[in-house]
Design a protein around this ligand. Structure first.
Ligand SMILES: Cc1ncc(C[n+]2csc(CCOP(=O)(O)OP(=O)(O)O)c2C)c(N)n1
Ligand SMILES: [Mg+2]
Length: 322
């Protein structure tokens, strides 16, 4: 697939933005400024950036809590996301929630309510609506490796297959579900094998290669858009951090992390852009400078924002207000 230079550079920008923004969340968490938890996608950013960027404006994303890249590529600003984490009125939920269990339908993002993989059947429901209305729109729903053992995963896949719905199921296989490694979660090597039971094509991609994720997702979206039904895409990657900031992940072997560090998705994209003379070191450094500035501005914006008024706390609790 031919990808325009402009898009390649944007993919790099979003990888960098996701990493730097989440690094700031980590730092703020350790300063006691984030009252809830802080989950990062560290090491797996290419998954959310890749599948999110491949969507069209009218399509819908149903991300899970490790998909910061999706929020950013859909246009939800670092300022609003930072304010969200700091529980401020200017955050996406107006201060009612402090993390990424959030959506904004104005940006085509469905909120994740915390139950793992329940965005699969919810996404299938949205795709069913698109099909009934005859709209040429698709849904992308993502879950982790652990989420694929939940009943919701199977129900969502089954419904989508039987009704040939315009949905693409993404799996961020980052090798761990909290402290449980993949081999203690399931007796198969490839999660993509699970899709065979539903007669859904299962693809496996290098989840640290944003171009591979983007390309596989885009192709699958077009199949779904043309009435070809769902695809399941397993993105093999590695969670380079604890489950969240309170988890030091001592149970993950050091050597495994060392091995995956060499395959870092940002490094991978940097090498691709430089070796192919698609970009210059100078341009990439400029992007990083811009990203750092955006993150600084987001932090300042959030810190200056007020906390919500107590009387607003019960408004819009059960649905994202439009
Ligand atoms: C139904 C359900 N069970 C348990 C949890 C608690 N929980 C949140 S994240 C998580 C691990 C998820 O692992 P995985 O699906 O591999 O995603 P990852 O965190 O690795 O990205 C667990 C057990 C939950 N949110 N929902
Ligand atoms: Mg996992």
């Amino acid at each position: 697939m031919d990808i325009k230079r402009e898009d390649l550079v944007q993919l790099y920008y979003y990888l960098r933005l996701t990493r730097r923004l989440e690094e700031r969340f980590t730092s703020l968490y350790h300063q006691g400024k984030i009252l809830g938890g802080a989950w990062t996608s560290n090491g797996t950013e290419a998954v959310s950036v890749g599948y999110g960027y491949a969507l069209k404006r009218d399509d819908i994303a149903a991300p899970y809590f490790r998909d910061m890249g999706v929020f950013l590529v859909r246009g939800i600003t670092p300022k609003r996301l930072m304010a969200q984490y700091l529980g401020r009125k200017t955050g996406v939920t107006g201060g009612k929630e402090g993390n990424v269990h959030v959506g904004d339908l104005n940006f085509g993002v469905i909120g994740f309510p915390s139950h793992l993989a329940d965005n699969y059947p919810v996404g299938a429901g949205v795709a069913l609506a698109f099909k009934i209305r005859g709209e040429k729109r698709v849904v992308a729903a993502c879950t982790g490796d652990g989420g694929t053992s939940r009943g919701d995963f199977h129900e969502g896949m089954n419904l989508a297959s039987v009704r040939k719905l315009p949905i693409v199921f993404i799996c961020n296989n980052n090798q761990y579900a909290y402290s449980t490694p993949l081999q203690l979660q399931m007796a198969i090597k490839n999660i993509a094998d699970r899709s065979l039971a539903y007669n859904i094509p299962g693809k496996i991609v290098d989840g640290n290669n944003v171009i591979a994720v983007y390309t596989a997702a885009k192709e699958a979206y077009e199949v779904a858009r043309d009435g070809g039904g769902p695809t399941f895409i397993e993105c093999k990657t590695m969670r380079m951090h604890g489950h969240s900031e309170h988890d030091s992940a001592k149970y993950v072997p050091r050597e495994l992390l060392e091995e995956w560090k060499k395959k870092d998705p940002i490094l991978h994209m940097e090498n691709y852009l430089l070796e192919g003379s698609i970009s210059t070191r100078e341009e990439l450094e400029d992007i990083d400078t811009r990203v750092k500035k955006e993150v600084d501005e987001a932090e300042a914006f959030a810190e200056e924002s007020p906390y919500p008024d107590p009387e607003d706390c019960l408004k819009g609790v059960y649905a994202t207000p439009l």
